[in-house]
Design a protein around this ligand. Structure first.
Ligand code: SF4
Ligand code: SF4
Length: 243
């Protein structure tokens, strides 16, 4: 599922033969949040009159081109759905299973966008954790970092495609990373605060800005799905007739 470049935005799409050679993974994050692969917009979670466990999807998959900000957001979903944050009885088996059968290949952001602000929330324009493999673009190809056993197994399985990265490639990767950080710092200079943004938001609880911006809300629920960290959901009991 690579994010091909389109109208300046990228979208995850299922890989097909005709997309080979058209994949771009160095640009900013795709419009879809990573969570959309693990918490779909709608899901059947149970049914009456049946003791059988609901069938989960079994297909193994690879997500290609996730960004540092995507991985940081997914860390929050992980902590909630794994039961780590609210206790084991609140684990989401669908989420956990989907995470298990997914391998994440992330990549550095070579040219951060003017709307990117990961540096303001303590992050960087390249992943440092949360990936199985990370690809950093350099002229000679990609420097690949291994982040998990799953990632390591994939490299071993396809070792014919990989060779040891030269010191020169690593130097180039680090230089590109420094350049991206500088670009971000420059474009976000005016938004720098002396305190973490989390504190700024907490201290702005009574600010009129929330009311002002929510006045035009029509309750469509779209932001719930596009926000990379939102976990609001509804459980609804529906009548369902199976033919
Ligand atoms: S530059 Fe930062 S905010 Fe922009 S896509 Fe990359 S990681 Fe995300
Ligand atoms: S996306 Fe929809 S629900 Fe979210 S703030 Fe906008 S109008 Fe309201």
């Amino acid at each position: 599922m690579p994010p091909p470049a389109e109208r300046g935005f990228s979208f995850y799409e299922k890989m097909t033969e005709d997309k080979i050679g058209k994949i771009v993974i160095e640009m900013k994050r795709a419009i879809h949040p990573l969570k959309s692969f693990f918490t779909p917009a709608q899901r059947k979670v149970g049914e009456y009159f049946s003791s059988s466990t609901l069938q989960q999807e079994q297909e193994e998959r690879i997500i290609l081109g996730a960004k540092s900000c995507d991985l940081n957001a997914l860390k929050i979903s992980d902590s909630v759905y794994s039961g780590e944050k609210f206790g084991k009885e609140y684990k989401d088996p669908f989420y956990i299973e989907a995470r298990k059968r997914t391998l994440i290949i992330s990549s550095d952001c070579v040219s951060p966008d003017e709307n990117c602000f990961c540096n303001l929330v303590g992050s960087k324009p390249f992943p440092e954790e949360g990936f199985d493999l990370n690809f950093s673009f350099v002229e000679e190809g990609f420097v690949v970092q291994i982040g998990s056993e799953k990632g390591e197994s994939l490299i071993k399985e396809y070792d014919a495609f990989f060779s040891s990265a030269s010191q020169e490639m690593i130097r180039k990767m680090e230089k590109r990373r420094e350049k991206s950080i500088k670009l971000l710092e420059k474009s976000n200079r005016e938004f720098k605060t002396g305190v973490p943004y989390r504190e700024v938001v907490k201290d702005s609880y009574d600010s009129p800005v929330w009311k002002e911006h929510s006045e035009s809300c029509v309750d469509c629920g779209g932001c719930n799905h596009i926000c990379p960290t939102c976990r609001c959901f509804l459980l609804a009991d529906r009548r369902y007739c199976q033919k």
